[in-house]
Design a protein around this ligand. Structure first.
Ligand code: NAD
Length: 355
């Protein structure tokens, strides 16, 4: 990505109070963009949004993506050139308990945002953040390419597949014939990890919670292979893609995978063992004997398109990513300035070359 591109750009992030939204907001603030955010309050306590004082450097508005009028007002008041849509009910397990809320937020929330964009002027780029789980997972060994069918077994995954279909329909119906000069794309990344995630039922926050309470980590699905990557990797991809969408226009509109390197796909049990090694202090784990809800076993992304057309590639290997995040939580526990520490990780990352 090109840091100069972002100076004084008006950027709206939905879901800026969440884990990825907070990292992205801090990064964009630091690049000199005028950042606005529209979201419900931070979904966890504690949260990166509060711990790193993210609101300080941006125009933060509490709002619901299920509220079309609220979104229209937001666009009118902050007049963004670029929108990165991250607001979502982002947890697979919650989606089993709350399917209506999940679809309302993830599908109708996307419809509402695109509808608000359709009735506004000046938006040049919309990037919709969906998920690797949007694909119809055949549980095979091959990686998924952008042109493969959408699907999703559980409500969360299926809602992300639906959000992709909505994005495509809006692009083809309203944003492709020059009627509106706005490039519309979507981005699919794997399970992201990094400091500041305190979500329930996500592996890394569950491990960190156990570490900090000096209790044994309980893991489900030890052999499940997930495409792990540090949160800064897909964010770097999103920023690079947006620059290209602004400069090359609709040529870059469409779906994009930003997956981890092949070695980034490792079993849950391997991750836990690595983190125990990095944390020390007598940390340990055991397997959860309970019955588990269905979770897809194997899902690999093919990121050749992003590598070839954007020059995007991961910078951190999985061991480094785990070290960075474990260090982040250790520093946080010491009561350090997490705004400054998070920015220091962003700086280090930004100045690294690709592997
Ligand atoms: N974390 C991951 O591993 C991962 C992987 C792939 C894709 N994603 C996607 O990336 C995006 C961000 O994920 P995250 O991990 O930061 O999630 P998160 O749960 O930490 O944050 C979600 C954000 O959405 C907001 N939100 C939820 N419902 C809302 C509503 N009705 N109206 C307005 N705002 C609402 C929350 O307030 C929060 O700001 C999501 O779209 C998620 O599906 C995440």
């Amino acid at each position: 990505m090109n840091p100069e591109f972002w100076q004084n750009k008006n950027v709206l992030i939905t879901g800026h109070t969440g884990f990825k939204g907070s990292w992205l907001s801090l990064w964009l603030q630091n690049l000199g963009a005028n950042v606005s955010g529209y979201a419900l309050p931070a979904p966890t306590q504690p949260s990166l949004f509060e711990v790193a004082n993210v609101a300080e450097g941006m125009h933060s508005v509490e709002g619901d993506v299920r509220d079309l009028d609220g979104l229209k007002k937001m666009l009118k008041s902050c007049r963004p050139e670029i929108i990165i849509h991250m607001a979502a009910q982002a947890l697979v397990r919650s989606s089993y308990d709350n399917p209506v809320e999940t679809y309302a937020t993830n599908v109708m929330g996307t419809v509402n945002l695109l509808e608000a964009v359709r009735h506004s002027d000046g938006v040049r780029v919309v990037l919709n953040i969906t998920s690797d789980k949007c694909y119809d997972n055949q549980e095979w060994v091959w990686a998924y390419r952008e042109n493969e069918p959408m699907g999703g077994h559980d409500p969360y995954s299926s809602s992300k597949g639906c959000a992709e279909l909505v994005t495509k329909a809006y692009r083809e119906s309203y944003f492709s014939d020059g009627e509106q000069n706005c490039a519309l794309a979507s981005a699919r990344a794997g399970n992201v990890i990094g400091g500041g995630d305190w979500a329930t039922d996500r592996l890394i926050p569950d491990i960190i919670r156990a570490f900090t309470q000096s209790s044994t980590v309980v893991i489900r699905s030890p052999n499940a292979i997930r495409p792990w990557q540090h949160v800064l990797e897909p964010l770097n991809g999103y920023l690079t893609l947006v620059e290209n969408l602004c400069e090359q226009g609709s040529e870059y509109a469409g779906g994009w995978n930003f997956g981890p390197a092949e070695q980034g796909a490792m079993p849950v049990e391997w991750i836990v063992a690595k983190m125990i090694e990095a944390w020390g202090e007598g940390a340990s784990y055991e397997l959860d004997p309970g019955t588990q809800v269905h979770e897809a076993n194997y899902l690999k992304l093919d990121s050749s398109k992003a590598r070839g057309l954007l020059g995007w590639a991961p910078k951190l290997d999985l061991s480094q990513a785990l070290e960075w995040l474990t260090e982040w939580y250790k520093i946080c526990r010491q009561g350090e300035d997490m705004h400054a520490y998070t920015l220091s990780q962003i700086h280090t990352y930004q100045n690294m070359g690709v592997r």
